[in-house]
Design a protein around this ligand. Structure first.
Ligand SMILES: *Cc1c(COP(=O)(O)O)cnc(C)c1O
Length: 350
């Protein structure tokens, strides 16, 4: 179903469509066969992204989900245990792919998507146990910002402490940084600084940056070479991706600096919602472009609120029976967000 353009679509930051300027650079991008190393637009993007993330090499993947799956297959073996914060994307939103593709189990640690070095020490299961056959923990994974926990930024001091303990315990480290750009905008720290403690890092271009597709893994050459093979095995090795790469490059140049606007717009909506009866929202956790809130004694259910908002031109998502999520992005203006907040507040009886 096609949506009318008048809809204010806050379901996700993936709904953005390439701007005319982005389409123009896509149309004239030089391309070649990626698998022969012949795509000049992609080669340039891989260099740029590796540089921005302070890593030796980077690798194109068609989606963030495939990047997560490839990373798991590079950093673990079937039967391994992965330590991860609660409600991680790879646990909740990848159709069980982590079990199917990498054969790993997850142990959720900490709370609210965050955890500490002490949590890692407490939950890491030692390998080489001769008597009790424990599943060896071999990987710690952090999601920054955290999708299901409302775009929460993982405090960098904790990131560094977690990764230091992981190294001590010989665990690999992986950053699901689909929205690392938002974490950088919010914290004032560079993407390279945020990525530095990790073995492998994923970033996405199809979220807040507004490109039509694309994610990348970045890390040392040996891990990226291993990832090339896994990408091929999962069917993610493409050909003339230069048109996408040009869109991603354009997004890095033109859409990075404006992420702070999305954060301000999310804050505006969150503050309005916080004043509504029956809404539970942690304003201090609304740090970037995602607003997660719960209904508790509100006059509507989550499903009813989603349906009623839709009839008034505002699209949001229910994450559960009482939990809702909305996401700001470059296709919604401040005025759109003010209007959406007004619609939701009226439906909630504010
Ligand atoms: C969206 C998202 C992904 C997956 O990206 P897709 O390109 O949609 O497959 C992975 N991790 C996080 C945290 C995400 O928000």
């Amino acid at each position: 179903m096609t949506l009318p353009d008048s809809m204010i679509d806050l379901r996700s930051d993936t709904v953005t469509r390439p701007t005319p300027a982005m389409r123009a650079v896509m149309a004239r991008a030089p391309v070649g066969d990626m698998q022969y190393g012949d795509d000049p637009s992609l080669n340039a993007l891989e260099q740029r992204v590796a540089g921005m993330l302070g890593k030796e090499a980077s690798l194109w993947l068609p989606s963030g989900t495939m990047a997560n799956q490839v990373a798991l297959r590079v950093l673990t073996r079937p039967g391994d245990d992965v330590l991860v914060g609660s409600e991680a994307h790879s646990v909740w939103h990848e159709a069980g792919g982590s079990a199917a593709n990498a054969g790993v189990q997850f142990t959720e640690i900490g709370s609210g998507g965050l955890f500490t070095a002490a949590d890692v020490r407490r939950h890491a299961k030692p390998r080489d146990q001769p008597v009790l056959p424990l599943p060896a923990s071999t990987l710690v994974q952090i999601e920054n910002t955290h999708n299901r926990h409302g775009g929460l930024v993982f405090p960098q001091a904790d990131v560094e402490a977690v990764c230091a303990v992981a190294r001590e315990l010989r665990l690999a480290t992986y950053l699901d940084g689909a929205r690392l750009w938002n974490a950088a905008a919010q914290s004032g720290l560079s993407p390279a600084r945020l990525a530095a403690p990790f073995d492998l890092v994923m970033v996405a271009f199809s979220k807040g940056l507004g490109a039509p597709a694309g994610s990348m893994l970045a890390g040392p050459k040996d891990l990226i070479n291993a990832a090339v093979r896994q990408r091929r095995m999962l069917g993610g090795a493409m050909r003339q991706v230069g048109m996408f790469a040009a869109a991603c490059d354009f997004a890095l140049t033109h859409h990075l600096a404006r992420l702070a606007d999305d954060h301000a717009h999310a804050r505006l909506v969150a503050q309005r919602l916080a004043a509504c009866p029956g809404v539970r929202i942690a304003l201090e956790r609304t740090q970037t472009n995602i607003v997660v809130f719960e209904l508790d004694g509100a006059r509507v259910t989550a499903a009813a609120l989603v349906a009623a908002a839709r009839t008034q031109g505002v699209l949001i998502n229910a994450l559960g029976p009482v939990k809702l999520r909305l996401v700001t992005h470059l296709d919604v203006s401040r005025a759109d967000c003010e209007r959406a907040a007004g619609v939701l507040a009226a439906l909630l009886g504010a």
